[in-house]
Design a protein around this ligand. Structure first.
Ligand code: 5GP
Ligand code: ZN
Length: 114
């Protein structure tokens, strides 16, 4: 998608603080972090919302979570815990319409979310 911010980050056309990359996914620091660790993990392929995840995307979407666990382990917050969030559409506050997993950690989180 030529007009998508996260496609541009995945293509290296817009800079980001990359923390992990492989053939399928890329992870980078959120520009407006809400926790000491706030990483966005995205599929390199464009998927607009979680409503648009097709059966053939299930593997890469699962990889968003295994990548979150890998980053948590690298940072030593796997045991203390972290939160994985995927916002979908307006009521959840989705701002960027390319599926992304927020991985937040390094502080105690409250529940329920706002
Ligand atoms: P959403 O509300 O769509 O779930 O989350 C979008 C996230 O993307 C927000 O947390 C926001 O801070 C982050 N974000 C928006 N623009 C940029 C950008 O240009 N670079 C980075 N690294 N993060 C961004
Ligand atoms: Zn995109």
């Amino acid at each position: 998608m030529s007009d998508c911010l996260f496609c541009k980050i995945a293509a290296g056309e817009i800079p980001a603080e990359k923390v992990y990359e492989d053939d399928d996914v890329i992870a980078f620091n959120d520009i407006n972090p809400q926790a000491p660790t706030h990483v966005l993990i995205i599929p390199k392929s464009h998927i607009a919302t979680t409503n648009d995840i097709a059966p053939e995307d299930e593997k890469v979407v699962g990889k968003l979570l295994t990548t979150a666990a890998k980053i948590a382990k690298d940072r030593g917050i796997d045991a203390s815990g972290y939160r994985s969030v995927m916002n979908c559409n307006a009521d959840a506050g989705q701002m960027v319409f390319h599926v992304h997993l927020h991985m937040l950690g390094g502080r105690k989180m409250s529940w329920p979310p706002g």
